[in-house]
Write a protein that binds this ligand. Structure first.
Ligand code: HEC
Ligand code: HEC
Ligand code: HEC
Ligand code: HEC
Length: 239
């Protein structure tokens, strides 16, 4: 039996509590805000599997995969509360995706699905950039984390990728993903490998080092060592 919609929504709120931050929740704002300063990442993200995630919920998309997972390939799942939480940005949270008024900004697994809801920390990005440019002053990354920015990622990825019945991820809760390693081992999730996927992840661009200190992911130096400079009209133009 599929859970009723209210129950599914209640469990989404639980999932929200698990992956979200504590009190006074920052709001989801959509990728346009981020992209106005981070154009290179936005353009690269548009080519990833995450950007297209909502299309997989349409009728006749991924027919074989759906059959194998016991789903109905002719059904439209794009408004289904059991599905959209992991195929859009911020569903069930303030400012997040709403199937009833689906602005394009929150369709697909967007910036804030991984980096966290941006209403508060994006203001810090602007402020810190101004202080960096005018006085050469850096800002502590800790402040970003306090404002709801995700800097380590692993748990956020797992909230979608390892959220299935019988998952070794201890926080798994309904609604589950229908695509589990039991259905096909390719659906297993190895964070260290997945975060380096160029099919699913945006390309990395050089940072100037406005923010310093922890929390910082172990792969930062590796990613930055291969990073290209961002395009003109990226964050420079917005300061
Ligand atoms: C007003 C422009 C602006 C906006 C809007 C903005 N950022 Fe930033 N962001 C910056 C600047 C400037 C930096 C510092 C870049 C550097 O160190 O070279 C930064 C840094 C970052 C970093 C790296 C932080 C670190 O660990 O050093 C990430 C990730 C990021 N932004 C993501 C986002 C996301 C996601 C959004 C949308 C919610 C967003 N930004 C909105 C300007 C902005
Ligand atoms: C909001 C849920 C969500 C989050 C958060 C999320 N993903 Fe995904 N991811 C998806 C969905 C849905 C797809 C499938 C997209 C499609 O093809 O429809 C996907 C696809 C992928 C794929 C491609 C799988 C394949 O081989 O086809 C990789 C790799 C991946 N994600 C890695 C990550 C990593 C690493 C993170 C964290 C940094 C992450 N994801 C965060 C939902 C999410
Ligand atoms: C808990 C998060 C979550 C929920 C809920 C969820 N999905 Fe997904 N979905 C994912 C992730 C993660 C992937 C990527 C799996 C991979 O490739 O490793 C995915 C992939 C897919 C794919 C592509 C599979 C392929 O191999 O091409 C389809 C189709 C899909 N989901 C449909 C649905 C439908 C329909 C529902 C609702 C009945 C749903 N999903 C609910 C997380 C979720
Ligand atoms: C699937 C997860 C995911 C999504 C979606 C995503 N990012 Fe990222 N992003 C990452 C990871 C992982 C890093 C590397 C962080 C590090 O090195 O510490 C990163 C790094 C960044 C950085 C730092 C510089 C760089 O290029 O490495 C910026 C800025 C950024 N992302 C902006 C964005 C914007 C804007 C979007 C939406 C258009 C977006 N991201 C979407 C996971 C994601």
């Amino acid at each position: 039996m599929r859970p009723s919609v209210p129950r599914a929504l209640a469990s989404l709120a639980l999932l929200a509590a698990l992956v979200g931050t504590a009190s006074a929740e920052p709001r989801y704002e959509g990728r346009k805000k981020c992209g106005s300063c981070h154009r290179s990442q936005l353009e690269s993200w548009e080519k990833t599997a995450h950007a297209d995630a909502m299309a997989s919920l349409a009728p006749q998309a991924r027919v074989e995969a759906k059959r194998k997972a016991g789903l109905d390939p002719s059904r439209d799942y794009r408004q289904d509360a059991d599905c959209v939480g992991c195929h859009s940005t911020g569903f069930g949270h303030e400012g997040g995706y709403d199937p009833k008024e689906a602005g394009k900004d929150l369709v697909g697994v967007g910036c804030e699905s991984c980096h966290g809801p941006g209403s508060d920390y994006r203001l810090l990005h602007r402020k810190a950039a101004l202080a960096f440019d005018s006085k050469g002053r850096t800002a502590p990354r800790e402040r970003l984390a306090e404002a709801g920015q995700e800097l380590l990622f692993e748990d956020r990825c797992k909230a979608c990728h390892m959220n299935y019945e019988g998952s070794p991820w201890p926080k798994a809760a309904r609604p589950y993903t229908p695509f589990t390693p039991a259905i096909d081992p390719k659906y297993g999730f190895d964070f260290a490998r997945a975060v380096r996927s160029d099919k699913a992840m945006h390309e990395h661009f050089k940072l100037e080092g406005v923010f310093v200190g922890p929390p910082l992911a172990a792969f930062r130096d590796e990613f930055q060592s291969r990073a290209r400079p961002p395009a003109e009209g990226g964050d420079e133009a917005q300061r």
